[in-house]
Design a protein around this ligand. Structure first.
Ligand SMILES: [Zn+2]
Ligand SMILES: [Zn+2]
Length: 363
């Protein structure tokens, strides 16, 4: 058994781990962030230290960078590193962390759960009562090194770090798709941000009869077509009418609502076949008004709220789809060193990007 120090040294080969690292830190309330030199964290009991090879930018990170009311209420304590979608190499293990090998490439499940509450003990840890999120309630992964619980480390050999990092948001898409059968079904994906685009690819590969995507952004509609959407519709048009036309008047079997737009939600509820199923993943900035009787009850719909990924059933499916050839590369439009974080956030905010991946080892 090596001492922790010897183990750290062994993990990185000849060179020892550095004492300090670059990290993107939110250090005060208000917009912006700072690239800082801070100590490399130590893994505590049952934790692993990961050298972050790729960390993709999520809408959540933009909320934190811009410091909206949600961030104000949820993020911290300040100062704290943010970022959560990542993959990297395990370079040290805390006491009792023995499952994941040193040198393994891992992605992070970003829901930090207690494994003791009612939900966790009944197979629903993704909605743990004391849920905390990596990079929101605990130091995150826009850094050269990050500590995560060993149970959250998803070992991923055979995928590059950029795609490995995308398993976390892709898991949301997989969860939304597979909450019920999708093979042979006609599927409408409303909203083609990165998770919507991933849902297009997942539904297509899982054997959906037809996948029809909608968005207001023509660049995203073009990406949806590249990822296998049979049709990509401008959400300003008569989407419900067009979806009915494309299904011989029946309406679609499945609606995956990924946009968080109330208008899109109504389009989906108007276009779905009686007895269809809706997965709601897009979050709404304000309460939506729905006619429950006409839009849901009399149509006999099944509505699912989708958050996070099922631990770890969704991860097995996600990795399997990638290993079987699902290609996320059209979604990755930009790769940038950590120091270019401002450009990364601007790209995401302006909607001209698919997924933007930061590469912390490039500085
Ligand atoms: Zn995210
Ligand atoms: Zn729990």
């Amino acid at each position: 058994m090596l001492s922790p120090e010897a183990e750290r040294t062994a993990a990185v080969g000849v060179s020892k781990l550095p004492q300090t690292m670059l990290a993107l830190v939110k250090d005060a309330p208000g917009p912006g962030a700072s690239l800082r030199e801070i100590p490399v964290p130590e893994p505590g009991p049952s934790e692993v230290l990961v050298r972050v090879e790729a960390a993709s930018v999520c809408g959540t990170d933009l909320h934190i960078e811009r410091w909206d009311p949600w961030a104000e209420e949820n993020f911290g304590p300040l100062p704290m590193t943010f970022g959560h979608e990542m993959a990297g190499t395990v370079v040290a293990r805390g006491q009792g962390a023995t499952r994941v090998a040193l040198g393994a490439l891992v992605a992070a499940e970003t829901h930090l759960v207690d494994w003791t509450c009612y939900q966790c003990r009944t197979g629903r840890a993704h909605i743990c009562r004391s849920l905390r999120i990596l990079g929101v309630h605990a130091p995150g992964t826009f850094a050269q090194y990050a500590v995560i619980p060993e149970t959250n480390a998803w070992v991923t050999e055979g995928l590059g770090p950029e795609v490995a990092a995308l398993q976390e948001p892709m898991g949301n898409a997989v969860h939304a798709c597979f909450v019920e059968e999708i093979a042979g079904q006609t599927v409408a994906v409303l909203g083609c941000g990165p998770i919507g685009l991933m849902a297009v690819a997942v539904a297509q590969m899982a054997g959906a009869r037809r996948v029809i995507a909608t968005d207001v952004n023509p660049e995203r509609l073009a990406m949806a077509r590249r990822l296998g959407a049979h049709e990509a519709l401008d959400a300003h048009d008569d989407v419900a009418g067009r979806l009915r036309e494309l299904t011989d008047g029946d309406g679609v079997d499945v609606v995956l609502e990924m946009s968080g737009s109330e208008a899109a939600l109504h389009q989906g509820l108007a276009a779905i076949t009686n007895g269809g199923r809706v997965s709601l993943l897009g979050t709404h900035a304000a309460p939506a008004t729905i006619d429950l009787s006409e839009e849901i009850i009399f149509k006999g719909l099944r509505i699912y709220g989708i958050t996070g990924r099922r631990l770890f059933e969704t991860w097995y499916r996600t990795t399997a789809l990638l290993e079987e050839g699902l290609d996320l590369s059209p979604i990755i439009t930009h790769r940038l060193p950590l120091a270019q974080y401002e450009k990364a956030f601007t790209l995401v905010a302006e909607g001209h990007a698919g997924k933007v991946v930061l590469l912390p080892q490039q500085g």
